[in-house]
Design a protein around this ligand. Sequence first.
Ligand SMILES: *[C@@H]1O[C@H](CO)[C@@H](O)[C@H](O)[C@H]1NC(C)=O
Ligand SMILES: *[C@@H]1O[C@H](CO)[C@@H](O)[C@H](O)[C@H]1NC(C)=O
Ligand SMILES: *[C@@H]1O[C@H](CO)[C@@H](O)[C@H](O)[C@H]1NC(C)=O
Ligand SMILES: *[C@@H]1O[C@H](CO)[C@@H](O)[C@H](O)[C@H]1NC(C)=O
Length: 511
Amino acid sequence: MSTPLVVGVAFVAILTWLVVRSSTKKPYPPGPKGYPIIGNLLDLNTDPWRLFANLADKYGEIFHLDVVGQHIVVLNSLEAATEVLDRHSSATSSRAPNIVLQEYMTNGTTIGFMPYNETWKKVRRISHDALTRVASVNYDNLRVRESIVLIDALLQDSSEWQEQLKKEFASITLSGFFGYPALTSFDDPAFVGIYDFVERVEKALTPGNYVVEFIPFLKYLPVSLAKWKGDLNVSHEKDYALFRQLRDNGVGFAEKSGRNSLAASLAADAQKMGLTIDDEVWLLALLFVGGTDTCSDMMQWFFFTMIAHPDVQRKAQEELDRVVGRSRTPTRADLDHLPYFTAVVRELLRYRSPAPIGMPHYSTEDSWYKGYLIPKNSIVTFNQWAITHDKEAFGEDAALFNPDRYFNGSVGSETLKETKGTGHHGFGFGKRACVGRYFAEDSLNLICAQILWSLNIEAKHKNEKGEPILPSPNELPPGFAGHPLPFEIQVNLRFPDARVVLDNLKESLPA
Ligand SMILES: *[C@@H]1O[C@H](CO)[C@@H](O)[C@H](O)[C@H]1NC(C)=O
Ligand SMILES: *[C@@H]1O[C@H](CO)[C@@H](O)[C@H](O)[C@H]1NC(C)=O
Ligand SMILES: *[C@@H]1O[C@H](CO)[C@@H](O)[C@H](O)[C@H]1NC(C)=O
Ligand SMILES: *[C@@H]1O[C@H](CO)[C@@H](O)[C@H](O)[C@H]1NC(C)=O
């Protein structure tokens, strides 16, 4: 080798060493080492919530993964999540780009999944104004109506109880958003069409289903070479037609009936903010996605915990008998006088979440946490499972379902301050916290209250000792779902007169 070549090779080697050294020297949070180039890709080849839970045990409150060059930062404590996502929200409030969802499914306006930009701020603002704590009261009649429908259906046949829950929340949302009549069948075209859309959104959000997310130039291929584009075009047109029709009906319903619909409240504000009707259509569609499966997943955990903890069920029912009595069902006004019952729902939202690995944010600037760098363009998520089971915040029994923790001082005042007094962070953090939280929380409170007032809930199958047979609460279905593994339930009316009270109440509610 000639001298200049040797010098050249040595120079390149030193440079490479320096570059590698300086990039590995960046103070990222700790994390598993991974392989060159693909990084931690193989680690993700397992249920994400379980991987995250194991890594949280090993690395503590924050860890870092590198997946083919994409930084992923996971926050595992309340302190880390509030610091990074609440206090540094100007750096950590965006969402990762999603080509299929944004460009092919919804034409841009996907409230939960848009980047942090001016359009997002507008749709967020009008959704926020339409879904305030005060506005949520307007939907109470629907919540009670659908609770009675659910109770009747379960008394007749509880074998499809998870499906019945889905239908209940779809019905509340369809009526509340669009003035749509109560769903009477699983075959209702709006129910079927909307669930089709929900499933396609979930597919688009699950990494690996669309290669174009990793190799964006694939979107320039002609449809003849990219069948997925043609398929998405067909479903886009179908979805648009459905939601446009629902939106128009919802606006018309409010004008004709003088009653409320979310479509009408949004329409008034959207025009003032310079948003288009198409923006409204996709906003409503995405709010629907956000508000149905999440609630029905939480209700599955409600049934689970009531069966697993019959003592809690009895205690809540005794309180309902004492405060509400048996001649009417509980109302919103009763909730203030039902501390034990409200602690049950609060504990439910702490104990389990429909999003065990959070809703990943995306950073738009570098930020720091306790000396660790969270680089720009990182996926930053809160590990809901680890955060709500953190012993420092919630006590030694943090992993257990125990509504008493709110009375015996085991949830410290510091923790309650961080959680704005709610005792949980089930609705996320920072500017991206769930815009429908009052809507959802009120629904859970009122529906659970109607159910506990009316029904005794048991497992369908019991062992020789009479104990319920349930799956482990520490197992979740594969993927991202936040509901328990399947089990069967059995329900009975708590007392005969409940039938009369429910029938009369149903008669008195607007259809
Ligand atoms: C998407 O929106 C743009 C305007 O914002 C509009 O011109 C275009 O037709 C829309 N595309 C679809 C498929 O709806
Ligand atoms: C915000 O992002 C969405 C989705 O990428 C895009 O359609 C919209 O035009 C953006 N708005 C602004 C003001 O940049
Ligand atoms: C969908 O297909 C129709 C007709 O085949 C075409 O006119 C339209 O531009 C396509 N839309 C998109 C968003 O590709
Ligand atoms: C909390 O207090 C109640 C009533 O005093 C008691 O029954 C319960 O066992 C206590 N729970 C805990 C976790 O200490």
